[in-house]
Design a protein. Structure first.
Length: 178
């Protein structure tokens, strides 16, 4: 296992969150949520208070820079001992189809391992078919969705980080980077 401080893939650089990135974190996520769904109270809280909602309890937020411009983000919210929710991944529409979502996914899995996570869960919606395909490619498996997390969630997935699928995804992407 190796620790990520900064990952660079071609024009994409993944960096740890700093307070200066909050407006981008909020803007990128607010855009897709409001375009496809309704902003829920939990969303509003997380987007306006990421330090409190995600970082305070041991989570992480990563930012993707494309040629130095802020282009995307993803969060890992600690939900239980050694379990993190892959959350609030968004890529600015001007930077889509450049490999940013995949780079953020890779970096978040490496960060989760660094945080000593044993599994990562996520919630999504079937409207977001491209994201679900990416999650399946990474090795996430579908679970039954429990009520009460997000009104829009009709998909729940998990990835045990010690799984062959997770290891293979990370290994393949790291080799491509080198």
């Amino acid at each position: 296992m190796f620790i990520i401080e900064e990952i660079e893939m071609n024009a994409i650089t993944i960096v740890p969150y700093e307070a200066k990135y909050q407006p981008y974190f909020e803007k990128f996520n607010r855009h897709w949520i409001e375009a496809w769904f309704t902003m829920e109270p939990l969303d509003e809280y997380v987007l306006t208070n990421p330090e409190e909602a995600i970082l305070k309890d041991g989570g992480a937020i990563l930012m993707a820079l494309y040629n130095g411009q802020c282009a995307g983000t993803v969060g890992l919210r600690k939900v239980a001992d050694k379990v993190y929710e892959f959350t609030k991944m968004a890529v600015d529409e001007n930077f889509r189809r450049k490999g940013i979502a995949e780079a953020l996914s890779l970096a978040s899995l490496e960060k989760a391992k660094e945080l000593d996570a044993i599994k990562v869960i996520l919630y999504s919606n079937t409207k977001n078919a491209n994201a679900i395909k990416l999650y399946e490619k990474i090795g996430f498996k579908h679970l039954q969705v429990e009520a009460g997390v997000y009104e829009r969630a009709n998909v729940k997935m998990e990835l045990p980080l010690r799984s062959a699928a997770a290891e293979n995804f990370i290994e393949a992407k790291v080799k491509r980077r080198l």
